[in-house]
Design a protein around this ligand. Structure first.
Ligand code: KDG
Length: 339
């Protein structure tokens, strides 16, 4: 029962409760078919948001645009799915921003540890000029960014020791996303970061290839990581956005009214996704503890110490990537804080 992927469902959509909901439409009658894939499983609010997108798009086009939904890396990992979008062989994926930095390097600034003070501020910045610049930058990479969704604050789990302070990271082998800032930050904390695709993570923890990983609580619980992890710490070390990405090739050949429909649907489904996601991230701690995971609270002081240790990493990457854009991001955060 430690197998976290739900292959029974294959490519069938469900209504978010694990039950299948038959679409009243049919792909064979549609002019445009969207293959949409994510890495997370069909229990995650991200998948429920994708189903909402499907519902809106199909009903507003009366089935002329049909959406096939895939979860659990069925279509590949984040990098492969983005490459498929570039080639036009897949239409939609919704990765965390971290792996997008391998395509547009400015995205790495969003993944600086302890950058965003809270979720509201993050969303203000992403839905403002900074976020628009980042979405626009995707076009050169043959992708269109339709909306910001939310993964949330990332926390640490591992199978070796309780982690309360920065010192406790020493020697832990931690899976990170494929992102240089994450890699450098965990190195700075004395851990051994191992970048790996999300789809390989569960088995890597089960087999002991890695001691731990970091993801928001919803992912930790809904992916059943408690089966293979003993300790959870609310490190909140980085705020992780999702971007709803569409293949530019596909988007460009849609008629104008359909372009508007998919854009609005990504936005509206995103609002639903964000709400459900926050609820799960806030509410799943007790359930995780009930599964036998030991919860270690990370105090604001301990978090402050972690932030100080990784600060040189943020400074180094800001300088290397785009110092002016980094300054713009910092000012936008300050401004959002004053509102
Ligand atoms: O569906 C999203 C996943 O593919 C991935 O981006 C989730 O944050 C993630 C991770 O840790 O890889």
């Amino acid at each position: 029962d430690a197998d976290q992927t739900d292959n029974e469902n294959e490519n069938a959509s469900n209504n978010g409760n694990g039950e299948e909901a038959a679409s009243e439409y049919n792909s064979s009658e549609a002019t445009h078919v969207i293959e949409a894939g994510i890495g997370l499983n069909n229990q995650h609010p991200q998948y429920h948001g994708l189903l909402r997108f499907k519902e809106i798009v199909e009903s507003e086009t009366d089935g002329d645009v049909y959406v096939e939904t895939y979860h659990s890396s069925q279509l590949g990992d984040d990098r492969q799915m983005m490459e498929a979008l570039q080639l036009g062989s897949q239409e939609v994926t919704i990765p965390s921003t971290a792996p997008i930095a391998n395509f547009v390097e400015q995205y790495a600034i969003l993944d600086f540890p302890f950058l965003f003070p809270d979720e509201e501020i993050a969303m203000d910045v992403l839905n403002g000029d900074i976020g628009d610049q980042l979405l626009d930058a995707l076009e050169d990479q043959e992708m269109v960014g339709l909306a910001w969704w939310e993964n949330g604050y990332r926390d640490l789990t591992n199978s070796v020791q309780a982690v309360a302070t920065a010192e406790d990271f020493q020697g832990l082998t931690i899976r990170t996303m494929e992102n240089e800032v994450h890699l450098a930050a965990f190195q700075e904390l004395g851990a051994n970061p191992t970048p790996m695709a999300f789809g390989e993570l569960f088995t890597a923890m089960q087999q002991g290839t890695v001691d731990g990983q970091e993801n928001p609580l919803a992912t930790i619980y809904l992916e059943g990581f408690y089966e293979v992890q003993d300790h959870y710490s609310d490190t909140n070390h980085v705020y992780s956005p999702f971007v709803f990405l569409m293949s530019k090739q596909f988007y460009d050949q849609l008629p104008d009214d359909y372009q508007e429909i998919v854009r609005n649907a990504a936005q509206e489904a995103g609002e639903y996704q964000i709400e459900e996601n926050r609820k799960q991230n806030n509410e799943l701690l007790d359930a995780l503890v009930d599964e036998g995971v030991e919860y270690t609270e990370v105090t604001p002081e301990a978090r402050e110490e972690m932030a100080e240790i990784v600060q040189p990493v943020n400074e180094r990457f800001a300088e290397q990537i785009d110092p002016d854009f980094a300054e713009e991001v910092y000012s936008a955060i300050e401004e959002a804080q004053q509102n």
